[in-house]
Design a protein around this ligand. Structure first.
Ligand code: HAM
Length: 430
């Protein structure tokens, strides 16, 4: 064992687990295509101001969870991205993507970094699958991103999900509401906990979704955001809900849902899973029309998106028995070399088989024939091809079907043809 351990809050993903990740990612890539989203990758770091402007300086993420450093000893710091939305919008604006097509539908599966206290379902490095629809935020556009997200959950077979949804109204609606909320909370100020006092000035809406039961008690009597929504926000929200109902998507309106990022307006939503523990948020998102302006764009870019935590998705699927067996696919053939003096010829045959597109393994550690066969079984190789002195001089090689335990002796060409046949039949199986 090494002296070194993986950093707390980060995880290694080994090949057996990768099988399960790939299964999930395949579904995501496939549905992204069906919904017309194209994949984007952006750098893992951005200038710190990008996140301060977009996520908001008063949020937990920007306030205490960012990994920020000064790479050049200069004044300009960079930060490991704590989320993707800001970077995707930055990239789209920088490239002027919307000039080529006014609606851009982008998705990603990417690593993020938040300096949170690690616990089950909460890591310091984690991944999200997410989508950002830029250039439209009509009720249909918002409904479409929600449908896309829910479709992925559905396709993966998840149950026990709850979609909560709220309208945060326009910026003006919220300004009016903030004042009303502060006026209500002011007489209770002495009873507010430290976090809520901090939020009182900067972002009192965040007090609404406090987990502290004492705060929840105070909040219970607070004026409601939905009572401060203008006609436009109400109409918009009703239409979004109408699309969801039309599609048979269950939701629950949660007037206290605010979300921990400042860029949202109008619709915001979150999905929780009963299969998860304390960290039960599987994904969330919403509409964020003013983000582009915050980032210095001269024009508003209507937008909406969502992100789903990959690790939490895996935990939920594991709990519900939805993950495929964690066994990497074995090679088509394992070359068995009974005498090491013929290794080089056998190694050349392995190269030849690989050129033919056949997945081939050969022992590189000089082990005994028995050990090689054991390894072929462990790897779940479909067949074993014996390459020894007699075989090389006769040009005829025993090919053993390890599944059926049958064996035939073939020329190299014959063996290649047989393996091809077998892998085609295997692929055709469901
Ligand atoms: P978020 O709610 O901060 O939204 O994160 C989305 C999901 O990422 C969470 O529901 C959770 O599953 C996962 N997640 C967050 N933090 C952690 C962590 N420390 N460890 C493991 N999983 C975590 C956003 O990030 C927005 N950018 C979503 C969005 C996209 N809004 C519009 N477009």
């Amino acid at each position: 064992m090494s002296h070194y351990q993986v950093v707390k809050g980060a995880r290694d993903i080994f090949p057996d687990e990768m099988v399960q990740w790939k299964h999930i990612e395949d579904v995501m890539h496939r549905l992204a295509r069906i919904y017309g989203f194209s994949e984007i990758r952006t750098p893992v770091f951005e200038y710190t101001e990008l996140f301060q402007r977009s996520i908001g300086s008063s949020t937990d993420i920007v306030g205490k969870e960012m990994f920020t450093f000064f790479p050049d000893g200069s004044g300009r710091s960079i930060t490991l991205r704590p989320e993707m939305t800001a970077g995707v919008m930055r990239a789209a604006l920088q490239k002027n993507l919307l000039a080529s097509a006014p609606v851009q539908k982008l998705y990603y599966i990417s690593e993020l970094f938040r300096k949170e206290r690690p616990q089950a379902g909460r890591q310091r490095q984690f991944s999200q699958f997410g989508a950002e629809l830029l250039g439209a935020s009509s009720p249909a556009a918002v409904a479409e991103v929600i449908m896309f997200m829910m479709h992925v959950f559905d396709e993966l077979g998840l149950s026990g999900l709850r979609l909560r949804i709220n309208s945060l109204g326009s910026i003006d609606d919220r300004r009016r509401y903030r004042e009303a909320l502060r006026a209500y909370l002011a007489p209770h100020y002495d009873r507010l906990d430290d976090a809520s006092r901090e939020r009182f000035e900067k972002n009192p809406l965040r007090i609404l979704d406090s987990k502290n039961p004492d705060m929840q008690e105070i909040v219970a009597g607070a004026p409601r955001l939905h009572e401060h929504l203008g006609d436009e926000a109400r109409r918009d929200f009703d239409q979004v809900l109408g699309y969801l109902s039309g599609r048979g998507i269950d939701y629950r309106i949660d007037h206290l849902l605010v979300r921990g990022l400042d860029y949202y307006s109008y619709t915001a939503f979150e999905v929780t899973s009963t299969a998860l523990g304390a960290q039960d948020a599987l994904g969330g998102g919403g509409r964020y029309d003013s983000l582009a302006l915050e980032l210095g764009s001269s024009k508003e870019v209507p937008a909406a998106g969502f992100a789903v935590g990959m690790e939490r998705l895996l935990i939920a699927m594991q709990k519900q028995g939805l993950l495929p067996e964690a066994v990497p696919a074995g090679p088509e053939v394992c070359i068995i070399v009974p005498q090491q003096e013929f290794f080089d010829q056998a190694f050349a045959i392995a190269a030849r088989l690989r050129d033919e597109g056949i997945s081939t393994a050969i022992d590189l550690a000089g082990r005994s024939m028995k050990a090689q066969l054991r390894e072929a079984g462990r790897m779940r190789a479909a067949s074993a091809l014996f390459v020894g002195g007699d075989e090389l001089s006769s040009g005829m090689f025993p090919l053993k079907d390890l599944d059926a335990s049958s064996q035939e002796t073939l020329s190299l060409e014959g063996a290649i043809a047989r393996m091809r046949e077998r892998s085609i039949t295997k692929q055709e199986q469901p």
